[in-house]
Design a protein around this ligand. Structure first.
Ligand code: MRU
Length: 349
């Protein structure tokens, strides 16, 4: 994607270092972070320098390859197994993370070169998959459509293009007139900060809305379509995504608005029978109690926005049952969220 006229991926590797756009600083400053070791890459995943299912997957794949490269010759397997566990402990919900570590680990047992090659393949496949999601998803977007999205499932959440935003980019590139409502997505504000920044960069008309505005807009007929991303999709189509997604799905059902999930097959966990088995990450309460941003002079502040003395509970994701999902836009096409459709999706891989 273009940032100030230059083409960027969210994450890439050069030599033994992983480079990534520092997402905690966006949209106020655009910086690139370098992770020289697998442990540094782990920290970047954990502190959300890099975030979003596909981007986390690419980072985890690169971290696994870095670990093989760092492993002492006489202790290669034990070192890499331990590193794999550390990488997998960074964030528990995004399936892409485990998809990547498993694939790179298998290749790394043969050689470090193959581990790097596999990590690169995962990152490249992420780009082609999310681009294909854009092509399929564009078919759902009519001229003058008003689309609601939640959190950030744009190119910053993947290596490029994104999932929920990829159909929006495709429709815009084809000259369709569209308008996007962007949920701010408390507590971390990925919608207000990242999705809005992405859409601004691409000159796509949009408004940021407060998280609790969606029902009112739907009641007034202002939303034609909802498209969101996914962090893990179970074998029956139940989908974990950023906290607040479930509310949108319930509302969309009530107001009879199509509700689509956009995700590559690397986000599906077919060993997970239903959403009940998905582990939901709980994050630090400070994300709810405090907000960060800049003042008029560009100075960074972290301010308390909740009653001092109160604590907070901060689950990062919720699970939307398949029954509330109209369809899942994948790189292979749009499918119904059912066991049968998901099984056949994997049979054609
Ligand atoms: O906690 P994050 O920012 O890593 O959460 C991931 C997300 O941005 C969303 O849940 C998104 O919709 C799915 S990831 C493409």
């Amino acid at each position: 994607m273009l940032v100030r006229g230059k083409n960027y991926k969210t994450i890439w590797m050069e030599g033994n270092s992983v480079f990534m756009i520092e997402q905690n600083k966006l949209p106020f400053s655009f910086e690139i972070s370098e992770c020289k070791t697998y442990r540094e890459t782990c920290i970047a995943i954990k502190n959300m320098t890099i975030r979003g299912a596909g981007a986390i997957g690419a980072a985890a794949g690169y971290a696994m390859a870095q670990a093989f490269n760092e492993a002492p010759a006489d202790n290669r397997i034990v070192f890499s197994e331990k590193a794999k566990k550390e990488i997998e402990a960074t964030r528990p919900t995004a399936r892409n993370l485990f998809y990547a570590t498993e694939k790179v680990f298998i290749k790394g047992l043969i050689s470090s070169e193959l581990a790097f090659e596999e990590a690169e393949n995962i990152a490249s496949k992420d780009i082609t998959d999310t681009r294909a999601i854009g092509t399929f998803g564009n078919e759902l977007i009519k001229e003058n459509a008003n689309i609601l999205t939640h959190c950030n499932a744009g190119w910053l959440a993947f290596v490029d293009y994104g999932t929920a935003l990829s159909p929006i980019y495709a429709a815009h590139d084809l000259g369709k007139k569209i308008f996007v409502y962007v949920d701010e997505t408390r507590p971390r504000g990925q919608g207000a900060r990242l999705t809005a920044w992405e859409l601004n960069n691409s000159n796509i008309s949009h408004n940021i809305i407060a998280d609790n505005a969606a029902a009112g807009l739907m009641a007034q007929g202002k939303i034609d379509l909802v498209i969101v991303g996914a962090d893990r999709i179970a074998a029956n189509g139940d989908t974990a995504n950023k906290i607040g997604t479930l509310d949108r799905a319930i509302l969309a059902k009530y107001y009879n608005i199509p509700f689509y999930i956009a995700a590559p097959t690397s986000t599906f966990d077919i060993d997970c029978q239903s959403g009940n088995e998905i582990i939901i990450e709980e994050r630090n309460q400070d994300e709810v109690l405090f907000q960060e941003g800049i003042d008029q002079n560009g100075i960074w502040h972290k301010i308390r926005v909740s009653s001092p003395g109160s604590s907070a509970y901060n689950p990062a994701f919720d699970v939307t049952p398949a029954s509330l999902i109209t369809g899942i836009i994948t790189e292979k096409g749009i499918i119904k969220p059912s066991v049968k459709a998901i099984e056949s999706l994997f049979n054609i891989l």
